[in-house]
Design a protein around this ligand. Structure first.
Ligand code: LMR
Length: 398
């Protein structure tokens, strides 16, 4: 039977990490997968998380199952962090998920049960895994225009026109902040316009938010999510704790539905729980217990927010530094946009050939579409990196 299986196409982010591990070039740099790195290239464990972990080891008495829906105290803390104190939470049905991808998987399954005829619209471009996640649930996926590669801006009018041409009850996935891969978010006024078209068309938005705290700050990065939660009768939310708590491999997230009534919210939550039960039965608890401890303890929470803010500030300074270094070596404002974008990612406007030369000859690993994880850079390599890009850009244009 198994001989009928075909070799799958490599994932463009994950395959890069495997090739990076094999690369022997000294000073090689993995600018692919979206993880924070310190100056030595390591992805550190937050001190606040380590403190919570030590305490957990001392006090944990059982590892018995929690439930398919997960730990309600953890879930309440995450909803508070995401939605703030002003939003009424009784219209939210929520469960714990296996990271952000797990949250999207649960949401997609429940939505497919509710409306299998909906088209799921994703931004062009978007995270590489989005299409497969929704298609696996049975949905037809389509793209909406999002990013103009020519001038690093949002294709806002085309985006609005796409929503206007969609069917009532279609689904639009938006990135809550720090858009992956472009680093370019809508302005508040644009969010307001978009939400008003969602409302008039009867669209259900899914907010995928995996980088709260990496853009402009914890509160600022939640603005669009909170606005959607305040304005929409129905919406879905996929939250990841991987990056902002640095617990990538522990797989911690939340899947939530905002429903019209409390009763519908309870049913939506039960459906998310059934999907979890059918897919993997119970979520892991180790990482979520650490997040719960950090958010429940004012001292640990303050320390965590401080650590996260330091990471955010570092990434912004790397952006600024790279933009200046490229301006210097290219003598043109081609890459100035890097400074104003936010979060871990940006798309460098480089040809596939240049990206390959940077990887093969210099050991600088960017994703094939030009996506760079800014958090993988260091100030020490900046000049060399900018020089290598400038040289390739000159070769390309001469
Ligand atoms: C990324 O976009 O690099 C991260 O979200 C990691 C992943 O799973 O792709």
């Amino acid at each position: 039977m198994l001989e009928t299986l075909q070799q799958p196409k490599p994932d463009k982010i994950l395959s890069l990490s495997a090739e990076f591990a094999r690369c022997a070039i000294p000073g090689k740099l993995n600018l692919g997968i979206g993880v924070f790195r310190d100056n030595a290239g390591n992805t550190p464990i937050f001190a606040s998380i380590k403190d919570a972990e030590r305490e957990k080891l001392k006090t944990e008495k059982t590892k018995v199952y929690v439930s398919p829906e997960g730990d309600p105290v953890f879930l309440d803390h995450i909803l508070d962090l995401l939605l703030g104190s002003e939003i009424e939470k009784n219209r939210f049905g929520r469960v714990q998920s296996v990271g952000g991808a797990g949250a999207l998987t649960l949401i997609a399954r429940v939505l497919f049960d509710a409306n299998p005829n909906a088209t799921v619209y994703l931004p062009d471009p978007t995270w590489v895994n989005h299409v497969a996640l929704f298609e696996m649930a049975g949905f037809k996926a389509a793209f909406y225009p999002y990013y103009n590669h020519q001038n690093a801006s949002i294709r806002f009018e085309e985006l609005i026109a796409t929503v206007e041409n969609a069917k009532s009850n279609d689904i639009f996935l938006v990135h809550g902040c720090c858009h992956n891969p472009t680093g370019t978010d809508l302005k508040k006024e644009q969010w307001r316009q978009l939400v008003s078209v969602f409302l008039s068309k009867g669209i259900l938005p899914i907010v995928d938010i995996a980088y709260q705290g990496f853009g402009n700050g914890l509160e600022e990065d939640a603005w669009a999510t909170r606005y959607i939660a305040k304005m929409m009768p129905e919406a879905a939310f996929a939250y990841s704790c991987s990056k902002n708590f640095g617990i990538y491999r522990d797989r911690v997230g939340l899947a939530a539905f905002l429903s019209k009534t409390e009763k519908e919210a309870k049913i939506a939550q039960a459906q998310l729980g059934v999907s979890a039960r059918n897919l993997y039965s119970m979520p892991p608890n180790h990482g979520s217990a650490l997040v719960r401890s950090v958010l429940a303890d004012q001292g640990l929470k303050t320390a965590w927010a401080h650590e996260l803010n330091e990471m955010r500030v570092k990434v912004q300074s790397l952006r600024k530094n790279l933009a200046s270094a490229l301006r210097l070596h290219i003598d043109a404002p081609t890459f100035d946009f890097l400074e104003t974008q936010i979060g871990m990612f940006s798309l460098l406007p480089l040809s596939a050939v240049v990206i390959e030369v940077l990887r093969r000859e210099k050991g600088f690993f960017l994703v094939g579409d030009g996506r760079i994880n800014m958090a993988g850079l260091t100030h020490d390599v900046m000049d060399n990196f900018a020089k290598a890009i400038a040289q390739q850009v000159r070769n390309q244009t001469s």
